[in-house]
Design a binder for this molecule. Structure first.
Ligand code: WT7
Length: 603
């Protein structure tokens, strides 16, 4: 506990806590009990007060080539104006604000303005469909939605507000604030207000209130094993302590010296913890890039690193594999000598990608920190130390100091070196989730019922002979596509909502670029022709383009056990072109023959 008390000193507390951890209400933890702080002040104002107002907080790079450097003093003014603007709309501490914005400075400003007011934000990834946005807005009962007219994607302006209008038709949302980014024409209704008309005239002074350490900071939805996404709740003091600590320790971040760049989107937890809260709490100077990595050319990231002298670069294995495909001659054209620490997150990094990253981006010597964590853990939990003597490509290696993670067998007993089992976290940690929004039963059931007294992460893992941890992927029905979590149930329910589909089963199949690819098996309804292309588009409309199946196979039957459970293991064998495994528990053993023979598929 002394360890975390020491880490909490990284922050400014208006009122110091009286107790580091109260675990008496487990699995609901209270960290830094009685402490009071304002998260936004910690991320912005205190750096200005300490004399760093002129330091650049954000080197923002727009996709079409525009850019903005924002200092901590400017960021403070913007956050104060936005906070005043939200107050003028009636937002008070505790009210929820939904944000669906591209990677523009206003996204970060909006999040910090909410934090400043103690109004939990719920950021919804820009790639999610109107119906996905609506279900999140409704679940959190958001009062205000902040969005943009449009966003740049691969060199094109695409509409955003139009989708938000569709999502919010007939909803209880009171106000919609619209940032002008692309100039895309939008229809402004009665509850709509332009960001620049609302925010710009506001005073740049706002007195931040200190909130309880356990005051809700944000809700972020993530996929679980059922069709309905879970609203993961994070609170203030413990969360900020652990993201600040891990950002400093795992990346060896030095304020005022480093230029840091995390390539995630703020719509995911990585963006929350390692673009917004961790780096800003640590007074980082960071790059924020709006667009795709190959717009206008495949060297865009390396060009940005060269231009800004980026020293810490944090990205995902799926992107590294994409860079590999594009070829090493592309990064070779740029000066990447400023890079001194590289990071990876989202899925296990395959050793080949690790070696390429080290060799062609890290000049054969930059440490690579492979960071394991989750939306639920809030911050990095397992990662090698950047000063480690020995890196093992493909292994996240060891829990960070202060964290306990163990690999256990079915009975919850720790396995021996060389053996595999399930990853559990057997001690509470400051940035742990504080529940599933509005669903206590699901919180307890999903995370705390499998192993007594420990948090079940849903990942398989193995100890090597040295006791280092190797992550083996999800053990539940959650897929990992390009580092994004998508549940099989969510895609299945999108498919069966199409009139031409009677039944659907979805599996994640190994994919050389995206880690896993979504493969769907559908039984058509009646004799109607099923257009596979139409079904793929239907899933994209229902959930978002990231959930589009890579492949859809139209089949006469699905393999089921006698109790009617779909045997996904066998479907995965088909999807990955493997020999079909053990079929003895099938209700009808001939199904697999029909499946293999009767498949009509399309990629
Ligand atoms: C799941 C969490 C943490 C931010 C990005 C994803 C997988 C994540 C690693 C890693 C092996 C990893 C796990 C985990 N995962 N990082 N370094 N090595 N697996 O957050 O969407 O909440 O997904 O991503 O399966 O459970 P998320």
């Amino acid at each position: 506990m002394d360890f975390w008390a020491e880490q909490a000193q990284r922050l400014h507390w208006d009122v110091r806590w009286s107790e580091v951890l109260d675990w008496s209400g487990a699995p609901y933890a209270k960290w830094f009990v009685g402490g009071r702080l304002n998260v936004a002040r910690n991320c912005v104002d205190r750096h200005v007060e300490a004399g760093f107002g002129d330091q650049v907080a954000i080197h923002w790079v727009g996709e079409p080539g525009d850019s903005r450097d924002i200092t901590y003093a400017q960021l403070r003014d913007e956050v104060c104006r936005a906070a005043n603007a939200l107050v003028s709309l009636g937002v008070r501490a505790g009210d929820r604000v939904a944000i669906q914005l591209p990677m523009i400075p206003e996204a970060i400003v909006a999040m910090l303005a909410c934090a400043r007011l103690g109004a939990p934000h719920s950021v919804v990834f820009g790639g999610f469909s109107p119906s996905a946005l609506r279900s999140r807005v409704d679940d959190a009962e958001a009062k205000v939605v902040i969005t943009a007219d449009g966003q740049y994607r691969r060199g094109k302006a695409v509409p955003v507000k139009a989708g938000v209008d569709e999502a919010l038709a007939g909803s209880a949302v009171e106000k919609v604030v619209v940032v002008r980014r692309t100039g895309t024409p939008v229809s402004m209704g009665e509850r709509d207000v332009w960001w620049h008309e609302l925010v710009d005239p506001q005073p740049a002074e706002h007195t931040a209130e200190a909130f309880d350490s356990e005051h809700p900071l944000f809700i972020l939805y993530t996929s679980g094993t059922t069709g309905k996404p879970k609203g993961i709740l994070h609170t203030s003091g413990g969360y900020l302590t652990q993201v600040a600590y891990t950002h400093a320790a795992v990346f060896d971040h030095r304020p005022g010296e480093d230029v840091y760049w995390c390539t995630a989107d703020i719509g995911w937890i990585t963006g929350h913890s390692y673009i917004v809260y961790g780096p800003l709490a640590n007074r980082a100077t960071q790059v924020v890039y709006e667009g795709t990595p190959n717009t206008p050319h495949e060297g865009r990231h390396w060009e940005i690193i060269q231009q800004y002298g980026v020293s810490i670069y944090y990205t995902a294995p799926t992107l590294i594999r994409t860079f590999m495909k594009w070829g090493e001659d592309i990064p070779a054209k740029y000066d990447l000598s400023s890079l001194r620490v590289l990071g990876s997150v989202g899925e296990p990094i395959n050793p080949e990608a690790w070696r390429w990253y080290r060799e062609h981006i890290g000049a054969g010597k930059a440490p690579i920190v492979d960071t394991w964590w989750q939306t639920e853990t809030g911050a990095i939990m397992i990662a090698p130390s950047p000063g480690s003597a020995e890196f093992k490509p493909g292994s996240a290696q060891t829990p960070v100091p202060g964290i306990s993670a163990v690999v256990v067998d079915d009975a919850g007993k720790e396995v021996a070196p060389g053996e595999s089992g399930y990853l559990v976290l057997d001690q509470p940690w400051p940035s742990m989730l504080r529940g599933v929004w509005g669903d206590d039963a699901r919180f307890r059931e999903t995370y705390w019922s499998r192993f007594a007294g420990a948090y079940f992460a849903g990942d398989g893992a193995r100890y090597d002979a040295d006791g280092d941890i190797w992550l083996l992927g999800r053990v539940d029905d959650v897929m990992n596509v390009s580092g994004h979590r998508i549940s099989t149930a969510e895609v299945e329910s999108a498919l069966v909502s199409h009139p031409a589909v009677a039944e659907a089963a979805v599996v994640g199949a190994a994919d050389a670029t995206t880690g896993q690819g979504i493969v769907a098996f559908v039984i058509p309804r009646g004799v109607a022709e099923v257009s596979v292309q139409e079904l793929r588009e239907h899933v994209a409309r229902e959930i978002g383009p990231i959930a589009k199946p890579r492949q859809i196979m139209v089949v006469p039957e699905l393999p089921k056990t006698r109790s009617g459970k779909i045997m996904r293991r066998l479907l995965r064998d088909v999807a990955e072109n493997r020999e079909i495994g053990d079929v003895t528990t099938l209700a009808d053993a001939t199904v697999m023959a029909h499946l293999k023979g009767g498949v009509s598929s399309q990629r």
